[in-house]
Design a protein around this ligand. Structure first.
Ligand code: NAD
Length: 290
């Protein structure tokens, strides 16, 4: 397939490279010259405008920082430049309302569009093992699937437009709450005189078991290798978790959903980020508890 890829940053760079490896012709555009040069090294064809990159393609994939940028990119550049039959896939994490707005605008212009945000960080983007949660019509999902295949370990249809984003922020809100709980439990166990490894051995096979404990333990030297073993570098930055929590609170507000724990998690990560920890992995909150 001929695919335009817009936004080749930390995530998009690896994703585009995997599309090339799968045999697709990838036409890349990014505002950053460095990102564009790196994409050429990975076998993409670099373009100096999104409109040129979209010329004659079968699909457009975007991986951009936020909803405003995604809206502008589609309205100003993609719509009109992309052929009528092209499928549009926005893989960025953005607010549900913007995702639905962009999808409706695409539909009005005759395009099929899906929102397809991801679970998994930079390592999964590079390794082609992301999970995609897709919002859009059955037809849109069917057409998006072969594009997403080369970048994924799982592709799941979440329902209509915006439901991919809804799944993503609900998942990440749960993850934030679970991680804070895991940090608190390990810290309290230690203060009560329990060895962290012993607590892990017990809780990982008991009812407190969760992903934040057994796949991503915030305690150095406990559980499988995680960012905690690398001084909380790499992994999922606190600033990005905070971004997702803010999107979750916005969505909760508009849907009238009660998210007491989500609000608390956002306040905790806000304070943690403001104290200079925005670039550290979100499991570094453990170090705050002493
Ligand atoms: P990034 O900042 O590394 O990359 C974004 C890229 O978009 C940059 O290269 C930037 O130059 C480019 N860009 C910005 N505006 C543009 C425009 N108008 N046209 C073309 N290019 C433009 O960010 P990232 O970490 O790759 O994240 C991208 C998206 O993926 C975000 O929505 C983020 O929330 C989501 N996400 C990130 C992670 C992660 O671990 N980094 C995990 C899951 C989801």
């Amino acid at each position: 397939m001929k695919i335009a890829f817009i936004g080749l940053g930390n995530m998009g760079g690896g994703m585009a490279a995997n599309l090339v490896k799968a045999g697709h012709e990838v036409r890349a555009f990014d505002l950053s010259e460095d990102a564009l040069a790196a994409s050429s090294d990975n076998g993409c064809v670099a373009f100096t405008s999104a409109r040129e990159a979209c010329d004659g393609v079968d699909a457009i994939v975007s991986m951009l920082p936020n909803g405003e940028i995604v809206k502008a990119a589609y309205s100003n550049d993609v719509f009109g430049a992309a052929p009528a039959g092209a499928i549009l896939l926005d893989c960025s994490t953005i607010d549900v309302a913007s995702a639905r707005e962009i999808s409706a605008a695409a539909k009005a212009r005759g395009y099929e569009m899906v929102d397809a945000p991801v679970s998994g960080g930079i390592a999964a983007a590079n390794g082609g093992t992301l999970t995609f949660m897709v919002g859009g019509t059955e037809e849109g999902f069917k057409r998006a699937e072969p594009v997403l295949e080369a970048m994924s370990k799982a592709v799941i249809h979440a329902g209509g437009a915006g439901n991919g984003q809804a799944a993503k922020i609900c998942n990440n809100m749960l993850l934030a709450i679970q991680m804070i709980g895991t940090c608190e439990a390990f810290s309290m166990a230690q203060k009560l005189g329990l060895d962290p490894q012993t607590f892990y051995d017990i809780s990982s096979v008991s009812s407190g078991q969760c992903w934040s404990m057994t796949s991503y333990c915030p305690v150095p030297g406990v559980g499988p290798q995680s960012p905690a073993d690398n001084d909380y570098e790499g992994g999922f930055a606190t600033a990005l978790m905070l971004k997702d929590l803010r999107l979750a609170l916005e969505a909760a507000d508009s849907a009238g959903a009660d998210v007491v724990m989500g609000e608390k998690a956002a306040a905790i990560y806000e304070k943690f980020a403001e104290a200079g920890n925005g670039g550290r992995d979100f499991s570094a909150y453990f170090t705050e508890l002493g």
